[in-house]
Design a protein around this ligand. Structure first.
Ligand code: ADP
Ligand code: ADP
Length: 229
């Protein structure tokens, strides 16, 4: 089963008066273990697409299947559970909760999934150690560096062993060296855990490292050949 599949996907925002679609008729299949980059100019619809793939917004046409389940057919609560179990999210800004430690932030998706505190603690600690933050378990986001915060966000995205991680410019807010470290971390977790990766980026050097590069342009998604990237 593909981790994500969408068919004839379309999105038109009702606000704004013009009602022109951001895109229409998009097809996309993301297979297990596959890594996919999405390029496109500002305003092309990359974030909109990622929100639809992650069930954070609903399409105006077509449908999204996550781990074989049709998102459209689910209640909000069911969609939330599927999202928590099958997907991880990493954004440009870390979105860690400031009042909680790194370990508590990473425990949360596990607790939401219904696991015991001891189990959540064990998994959060192991994953934070795996991303090089074993010495920062008790630190709050404000006490971490930019790179450490983003690595904690990656740990949080992966702690439920999702089939796919969706990244919206996950390294876009970091300096070049730190961005490269976080990117390599995501690739190594893809290799080790088999987690698929769909990443919006404007960095073609990073995009080139992924299995497939798609470009969103004028409402169409086109696969670029390696020499076009
Ligand atoms: P990108 O991520 O490629 O920069 P977006 O998906 O953010 O593009 O935006 C695509 C288009 O949809 C833009 O024209 C943007 O102004 C519009 N848009 C995005 N979000 C909304 C919204 N909530 N309401 C109305 N229009 C929106
Ligand atoms: P990075 O390149 O990862 O963003 P920084 O230059 O911001 O790193 O930080 C360097 C080191 O200082 C890191 O190991 C980080 O843990 C530590 N550090 C940064 N800010 C704080 C803080 N407010 N409290 C404790 N340690 C910090």
């Amino acid at each position: 089963t593909p981790v994500i599949e969408c068919q004839a996907l379309g999105k038109t925002y009702a606000e704004g008066g013009l009602h022109t679609p951001v895109f229409d008729g998009l097809d996309l299949t993301v297979r297990q273990r596959e890594t996919v980059a999405i390029l496109g100019a500002s305003g092309a619809g990359k974030s909109t697409l990622l929100h639809l793939l992650g069930g954070l917004d609903v399409p105006t046409a077509g449908e999204v299947l996550v781990a074989g389940h049709r998102m459209n057919g689910l209640s909000d609560a069911e969609r939330g559970r599927l999202r928590n179990r099958a997907l991880g999210f990493v954004y440009q800004f870390h979105h860690l909760l400031p009042e909680f430690t790194a370990r508590e932030n990473v425990m949360m998706p596990v607790l939401l999934g219904g696991a015991e505190v001891a189990e959540a603690d064990r998994r959060a600690t192991a994953l934070l150690e795996a991303v090089g933050l074993g010495h920062r378990l008790g630190h709050k986001p404000g006490e971490l560096s930019g790179g450490e915060r983003q690595r904690a966000a990656v740990a949080r995205a992966l702690v439920n062993n999702p089939g796919c991680v969706l990244g919206d410019e996950p390294t876009g807010n970091l300096d070049e060296k730190t961005a490269s470290n976080v990117f390599e971390l995501m690739l190594s977790l893809n290799r080790e855990q088999g987690t698929s990766l769909v990443m919006v980026t404007h960095d073609r050097r990073l995009a080139r490292r992924l299995d497939r590069v798609l470009e969103l342009h004028e409402g169409k998604l086109r696969e670029l050949s390696p020499d076009e990237v």
